[in-house]
Design a protein around this ligand. Structure first.
Ligand code: FPP
Length: 243
């Protein structure tokens, strides 16, 4: 499958909604955290796959604002898994040229998580092979509201005028201001929803849905989605003959 992918026509940025950990675990008679733990193996696989093939940005939806409403035991387990995974994987990310970024509402994250993330972001800050962006305590409505507040504050302080506000200004106030928009968004586990993920940034993204549960997602599944992406015609509002 890898041979079929045109390396010149890769998406620069792939975003993934990693769904189905709970169902995967339930099918095996295990609790939901078992699914999340296995999901970490898939995270490693797609990170490696992106580095090997040359995708430059990978955003993973690891924890949404709405996920705080899950049972406390699952929330705690997920936070702990994140902290231990970052701690365990930071050196390997660094060796492989991966730079870690986080988007989301830091103010809601436990201190231990913030410390671990800051250390890993600092450690990997000079890397350029792959930008790995974790969306953590993230929701698009939160991000868009925050951007609006920041812009409004600048207008109130006379740093910006209303006429200055265009798409570029807005983009530059989003948590993703340093990254290009994703060209491909993958959601695993059969749901056809965007679930408050990168609503502004996905405006022209190709959406790819697969029934595979996240803990079963491997490099081959990533390659399959890239191949599918390359076989689509991206028209951006134009007609075929104009492309
Ligand atoms: C969705 O499955 C998955 C999550 C909410 C968490 C994803 C987190 C991980 C895979 C661990 C991430 C670790 C790092 C380091 C990024 P679900 O629980 O909604 O599954 P369900 O829809 O079957 O219930």
């Amino acid at each position: 499958m890898l041979d079929l992918i045109d390396k010149q026509k890769l998406p620069k940025h792939v975003a993934i909604i990693m769904d189905g950990n709970g169902r995967w675990a339930k099918e095996r008679g295990k609790d939901r955290l078992f699914g999340h733990q296995h999901g970490v193996i898939s995270v490693r696989e797609v990170v490696e796959g992106c580095v090997e093939i040359g995708v430059q940005y990978l955003t993973l939806y690891a924890f949404s604002t709405e996920n705080w409403n899950r049972p406390q035991s699952e929330v705690n387990g997920l936070m702990e898994l994140l902290v231990t995974t970052i701690r365990k994987e930071a050196d390997s990310l660094n060796k492989n040229g991966v730079r870690l970024h986080v988007i989301g509402d830091f103010s809601t994250l436990p201190e231990s998580c913030i410390v671990e993330l800051n250390e890993a972001m600092e450690l990997t800050a000079a890397n350029t092979a792959l930008n790995l962006i974790l969306a953590l305590s993230y929701s698009s409505k939160w991000e868009i509201t925050e951007a609006t507040r920041k812009i409004a504050a600048k207008v109130a302080n006379h740093e910006l005028t209303v006429d200055d506000i265009d798409e570029e200004t807005f983009k530059n106030h989003l948590a993703t201001k340093d990254f290009p928009d994703p060209e491909l968004m993958i959601r695993t586990s059969g749901e056809h929803r965007i679930s408050n993920f990168l609503l502004f940034q996905l405006a022209y993204a190709e959406l790819y849905f697969t029934h595979t549960h996240w803990p079963d997602f491997r490099k081959e599944n990533l390659y399959e989605s890239l191949l599918n992406y390359q076989n689509r015609e991206r028209r951006f509002g134009k007609i075929s003959e104009q492309l």
